[in-house]
Design a protein around this ligand. Structure first.
Ligand code: SAH
Length: 464
């Protein structure tokens, strides 16, 4: 190791910063967030910087650095744009045995500043020993996405139970085991989701009843329309920690591949040609698995609350008192529209958008067509491929122009995405010869005209 990582307590100690521009400003922000008193020395000081420091607590000295500036100082940061000045500051500081960091000059000082991920009280730092700071920052960005915003809350919460846990378990091993279970379990998830009271209650219960079987939890997660890049951070995290995964046809292979490898997978179907579990059985299966203490991922295509029957599944859970959370996903309408270059609303063409089920019931529709014929409204039909002729017919019969543009988006956001366009009048015959593969979304409205101009995704396939 080139450096020993250490966290410094600088609260109420004097930290000297030499330099008065944007670089110094960034360092000063950091020092202030750690509670330091700043002594700022530079001949020229940014107005913004001077304004940031309250004169009662901090010192602003407007002149070049002098050796005397080091007296009573805990930490020195040389942040000028001159190597010579930075070097002189570093030498003087080292001569006094002080800790000194030179911005962009690791070798001149004796301490470096890592890239940090701040989830206070939890702090993660990354350093490349000054060799490749940009790489360290890139790594930091990746870690940022792995560490949910709520980790700080979770650490605070755990901290507030420390004394109690110590009193309950005398051995270090038992305490560690307890924390491993709690921090990887439903209480932690509740804390990360912001339900602090619930989390507190659950940790309390875990403390009281160590040996009893704990009830698991259910994550109802939207897996988006297909492209795994469209998952949310939270979706990915829960996908990687679930013990059991219940998925259906709509969840893309690429998304499914990101779930924990050694989880149990249950296909609950919804393919017309395969045996599938009725909805009631899915609801009961979720309850059963959670009661066995499992962390159950119910992974749905798109968003669970948009034509996803997500409400029914968690209704049963709520009734049984099983902890759950719902993670939104990008719904097919958003995903397909973006990837097809069709804005769903547009100042000139559409002032509203309506998501409609195109699922045929007993060969017909129970929809209020007369509400759907306004020219300035975009319609998005889910599950509408079978009913397409009927949908077009009803819209025209109720007064929407037969010239209204229509787009059919097959397997949107995936490598197999295809977009077919036509009008209410023509689309059925336009696609008569084409074998369209599900899932397919139908967009009706003037905004579809924009596709030709704004399309950007999968153009090679389309031209192939
Ligand atoms: N909960 C899902 C919708 C489930 S209903 C969501 O929010 O997206 C199933 C319908 O969604 C399909 O019949 C199809 O119309 C649409 N759909 C889902 N994913 C799609 C995709 N990748 N491309 C096109 N349509 C899609």
């Amino acid at each position: 190791m080139d450096y020993l990582p250490l966290y410094l307590d600088v609260r109420d100690t004097v930290c000297l910063v030499v330099g008065g521009d944007a670089v110094a400003l960034r360092k000063i922000r950091l020092l202030l967030s750690a509670g330091a008193r700043i002594r700022l020395v530079a001949p020229d000081i940014l107005e913004e910087l001077a304004g940031m420091l309250d004169h009662q607590r901090h010192e602003i000295i407007q002149r070049p650095f002098l050796d005397e500036d080091l007296s009573g100082v805990r930490l020195v940061i040389a942040a000028t744009d001159s190597d010579a000045v930075n070097g002189a500051v570093a030498e003087a500081a080292k001569a006094r045995g002080l800790t000194v960091n030179v911005v962009d000059g690791a070798e001149q000082g004796n301490a470096i500043m890592p890239a940090i991920i701040d989830r206070s009280p939890l702090i993660v730092s990354v350093s490349s020993a000054g060799k490749a700071p940009v790489l360290a920052r890139l790594l930091r960005t990746r870690l940022e996405s792995l560490l949910p915003d709520g980790y700080g809350r979770l650490a605070e919460l755990a901290g507030s139970f420390r004394t109690q846990v110590k009193a309950r378990f005398s051995s270090l091993n038992d305490r560690r085991y307890f924390w491993e279970k709690v921090l990887g379990g439903p209480a932690a998830e509740q804390a990360l989701a912001g339900n602090m009271e619930q989390a507190r209650k659950m940790i309390g219960q875990a403390l009281d009843a160590q040996d009893e079987q704990q009830v698991g939890e259910v994550y109802l997660v939207g897996g988006g329309p297909g492209d795994p890049d469209l998952l949310t951070f939270r979706a990915l995290r829960l996908m990687q920690q679930a013990d059991v995964v219940l998925h259906d046809r709509l969840v893309s292979e690429d998304v499914l591949a990101l779930c924990r490898r050694d989880a149990d997978y249950v296909y609950v179907g919804k393919r017309r040609d395969q045996h599938t579990l009725p909805q009631g059985d899915i609801n009961m299966l979720l309850v059963k698995l959670a009661k066995e203490g499992k962390r159950v991922l119910r992974l749905k295509g798109g968003d669970p609350f948009i034509f996803g029957r997500g409400g029914e599944e968690i209704d049963t859970l709520a009734e049984e008192g099983i902890p759950f959370q719902v993670v939104p996903g990008i719904t097919a309408a958003s995903g397909c529209a973006s990837y097809a270059g069709i804005p769903l609303t547009h100042r000139d063409y559409a002032q509203s958008v309506r998501f409609v089920t195109g699922h045929l019931k007993d060969g017909g529709y129970d929809l209020n067509w007369s509400e759907m014929v306004r020219k300035d409204q975009t319609l998005v039909f889910y599950m509408g491929l079978m009913g397409l002729p009927r949908i077009c017919q009803e819209l025209v019969d109720h007064g929407r122009s037969p010239e209204t543009p229509v787009a059919l988006i097959q397997q949107g956001t995936t490598r197999d995405q295809r977009v077919y366009t036509g009008t209410l009048d023509s689309i059925v015959s336009d696609i008569a010869e084409i074998k369209i593969k599900p899932p397919t979304l139908i967009i009706v409205g003037e905004v579809v005209q924009l596709h030709e101009r704004l399309k950007w995704f999968g153009l090679e396939q389309e031209n192939a």
